[in-house]
Write a protein that binds this ligand. Structure first.
Ligand code: HEC
Ligand code: HEC
Ligand code: HEC
Ligand code: HEC
Length: 173
């Protein structure tokens, strides 16, 4: 093997690394994920650090009825027409996972009032807006959990639904 080939191979390898980092995807399963998506020009709310590991291990083992789709409760692919989600039920550690922003593309949050004023459907806003998609994901499961445990919003242990902004964003940035 020539020296020239080796150099080319190294350069290509490094380029591939950069390209994949730029694709907003990853295989590393982090314990804590600071939700500080770079697609936002500016974060208006304080950055929430998501406890990924406890959600995918401890909570999943403790509440199997809330995790019937496994990792697919939060991670999905989409149909070819990009209209429907396909839960990634068989996802496992080490698999490539796309960042939510790759499909829920608009880096912003549309509040309910604003959505109604603009006559947008809730479903379409979740489909298009990143923060609305993330909020919906957390809230759908937390609502089921609170109902199951008969927790009211002032109770200790209440899993925060979207309405509880301060539970996740204690202050404005
Ligand atoms: C309760 C929801 C939830 C569950 C359950 C969950 N994840 Fe995640 N995961 C997330 C969120 C939210 C992110 C951050 C995504 C983003 O920033 O766009 C993430 C990120 C990741 C990433 C990193 C992607 C990157 O951009 O670097 C990997 C890998 C991953 N998850 C794998 C898994 C696997 C494997 C499982 C199942 C064993 C799992 N997750 C279960 C919510 C979840
Ligand atoms: C490969 C593209 C893609 C990725 C990546 C993706 N989504 Fe979706 N998501 C979709 C599509 C398509 C829909 C379906 C929209 C509809 O049914 O109106 C959807 C629907 C949803 C919904 C509505 C309920 C449901 O499950 O259908 C939520 C909530 C959601 N996504 C949150 C997330 C979160 C959080 C992440 C990152 C952890 C994520 N999505 C990653 C494409 C994607
Ligand atoms: C598939 C179900 C599910 C999804 C999706 C989910 N959670 Fe949770 N979460 C739980 C359960 C169950 C608890 C309560 C566990 C307990 O107290 O035993 C919880 C508790 C919490 C708590 C309170 C306890 C703590 O860790 O501080 C926070 C905050 C939280 N989740 C954040 C989030 C965020 C942010 C998202 C969305 C990115 C999310 N969760 C999505 C299941 C889920
Ligand atoms: C369960 C936790 C949780 C709750 C409750 C919650 N958020 Fe969020 N919010 C998040 C996460 C996670 C993101 C994604 C940030 C990212 O990936 O960069 C986000 C993103 C946002 C963004 C876009 C990023 C920014 O800072 O500008 C806004 C605005 C926002 N939330 C406002 C609100 C408001 C207003 C409420 C109450 C009506 C609320 N959130 C409730 C977790 C939460």
């Amino acid at each position: 093997m020539g020296k020239k080939f080796l150099i080319v191979a190294v350069v290509v390898g490094v380029a591939v690394l950069f390209v994949s980092a730029g694709l907003y995807a990853g295989t590393e399963v982090k314990d804590l994920i600071p939700m500080n998506n770079k697609a936002y020009k500016k974060h208006e709310e304080s950055i929430y650090t998501f406890k990924h590991k406890i959600h995918m291990t401890e909570y999943a083992e403790k509440y199997p009825d809330l995790y019937q789709l496994g990792c697919g409760e939060c991670h999905h692919e989409q149909t070819e027409d990009k209209k429907k989600s396909i839960p990634l039920k068989d996802l496992k550690e080490g698999d490539e996972v796309k960042n939510c922003i790759e499909c829920h593309k608009i880096a912003a949050y549309i509040a309910t009032k604003e959505r109604k004023k603009k006559k947008l459907k809730k479903k379409d806003v979740i489909r298009d807006y990143h923060a609305n998609a993330v909020h919906a994901n957390c809230s759908i499961c937390h609502r089921k959990y609170n109902k199951k445990m008969k927790l009211k919003s002032k109770d200790k242990g209440y899993a925060p639904t979207k309405a509880k902004c301060k539970a996740c964003h204690p202050k404005k940035k």
